[in-house]
Write a protein that binds this ligand. Sequence first.
Ligand code: ADP
Ligand code: ZN
Ligand code: ZN
Length: 747
Amino acid sequence: MAVLSAQEAQQGSVTGAGVILRLAVPVPLRRLFDYLPPAGLSADDLCPGQRFHVPFGKRDLVAVLVEVVAESPLAELKPASERIDRQPVFDARSRHFLQWAADYYQAPIGELYAAALPVALRKGKPADHWAEQWLELTTEGKGLPETALARAKKQQELLQLLLGSGRQSRTALNARGLTSSVCKALIERGLARWVSGPTAPPPLEPVEPRPAPELNDEQRLVIESVAATGFSASLLEGTTGSGKTEVYLRLMERALRAGHQALLLVPEIGLTPQTLRRIAARFPDFRIAALHSGLADGERARAWLSAASGVADIVIGTRSAIFTPLPRLGVILIDEEHDGSFKQQDGVRYSARDLSVVLAKNAGVPVLLGSATPSLESLHNALSGRYQHLRLRHRAGNARPPEISVVPTFHQQLQEGFAPQVLRHIGDTLRRGEQALVFINRRGYSPALTCDDCGWLADCPHCSAKLTLHRRQRHLRCHHCDYRMREVHSCPQCHSRNLNALGAGTERSEDFLTHSFSDFNVIRVDRDTTTSKQALDKLLEPARNGEPCLLLGTQMLAKGHHLPKVTLVVIQDADGGLFSADFRAPERMGQLLEQVAGRAGRGDLPGKVLVQSRYPEHPLLQLLLNKGYGAFARQLMEERKIAQLPPVRAMALVRAECEEPRWAEEFLVNAREYLQAMAPPSPELQYLGPVPALLERKSGRFRFYLQITAEKRGLLQRILAQFCQWAEGNRNRRLRWAVDMDAQELS
Ligand code: ADP
Ligand code: ZN
Ligand code: ZN
């Protein structure tokens, strides 16, 4: 090996063996790191996308090879300790995509690669661990007609399956009841053989195949408007129950039949067994990989690898599934594109919805964003012609739009938050044998516990927030940091027993409604009653079976569920979003109301929606209820234009948090100075802050942000990239900072 002179090393022209690994290492620095190849490996063994163990300080980390270069500016390089994969786990397109995302969101590239991998692979488990046995036909087997082996039914079934859909994994065959002995019989006849291959997705529960309904004219037009090949981005604005999901299924089918993979992203609470069943029932002959948080690490790695190797045909997942490599990608579908869960709010703060359009462009495939209540961002793109704007205006099948009315709640004797006529309507609905759904925006028993004698209020010691009383669990809990304390029955301050639980959450309403409608099943659905996906499915079973029941719950009830017997929807309090300091609050309120209301009358029975409000005359509420979300959203867009806020302008936050509030604020004051020196404020670029976040203190840390709005994204990108290099030099270890591009929350 060539030995370098000191002079050469300083000039940064190290060549050595001329093979240097440039790796994405999972550390919070916005750069790649150079290593020498592990002992015994030469250039021929290296391929970008492979994982390596590398020494980093005193730690051993799992890094991804981004490129192999001949020179490094550094004088002394350590060798990587070990190559993990022979076959790269990231293909060229996904590496390019990750780099793009890292640049756009100002994210450390190594952390982004780590976020893209499922936990087991992030920890360095070799992909071979999940290698699988596949049964494939021999030339002789392929030559047989479907009618062969008629005397051995099981063998014939297996033969037909292999003839029809190609090789099958051992797991998939077992799931279909085709045992090893059936396989063995075929092998002994010389018709098939086992070969080793990549993992197949974990099998789903078997379901009865269900044929597709005949499309209506609107749906057909939408599908015809989306070109089968080449990049296009479309917004599908379609009322609840208008058959958007059916459109997704048809677009998926078209891609699958052309030999492509389909990616469907759904909100966190949208990935229910019900959703999976619907897709599995439609596509019994395709391999479905579901990437959701309910999977054990190993299963998740299998699902991911089956997608990345091209084995899975359909990939359904929540936000992070956008980073799964999909070598045969043919179409991307985003369900409920307005949903907040597509934006990651910590770590690498990306929007899977926005990234889906970039990915579709890179891959040259269509992407469809669907919602009954599109985000203003997507609506802006549609109205300005960047996206194709497609509409479904009518409910599919026989369902009609529900009738909506406001129930004013002032000057009324409310019972536990319900107006008398609302309770009457609920009773009537149940007695008719139908179902009612009551939406309450709060979990727990009561959002505040106070002392009537001295005014004590149960606060979280770590956050600027009140504790919520959870009476079932006999504790008070902080919904921001999860701090818990035992329920108290006397005031900790003055020992009075006159404690008062103010306001009602789902638990309290459940008590009241169970008591008021004791002849009927009352089902509470919130995060406390549905700790797993299965639990939600099980809870909703009586509702699906059509028996009269009263569902009450939080926004978990707002999405996805198709319950044709629900004919009454009650929104207990519509006012939350009208007066918030967050400019996005009215948009979110409008989406929620429309989505909840959309649960009413989805079957043959007509639906009714009752909305309780203290401000029935509020112009935004009036607009929403009389003209619907579409008109409401367009009005909000006008307001954003006047206020020069997103989506009309690009916006980024620089966030900082620290136990010592002064430090966080000072950091942002310096940040602003640094940025302004580079790009002074102008009509095209504005700075606001630092200001305290809406939740000023969380988990013991004080939180501030600096808000930057710009006419052009490019300018924002450039100055923030330089800012990050500057901020990485920040030596205060107790201060955390982050750039939040296209921030969704000011909280
Ligand atoms: P969305 O996703 O817009 O809420 P779905 O696709 O779930 O709507 O459709 C709502 C209901 O209408 C479902 O039960 C679905 O099976 C049914 N449906 C959808 N399209 C049609 C159609 N063309 N003909 C009959 N029923 C349909
Ligand atoms: Zn007291
Ligand atoms: Zn707290």
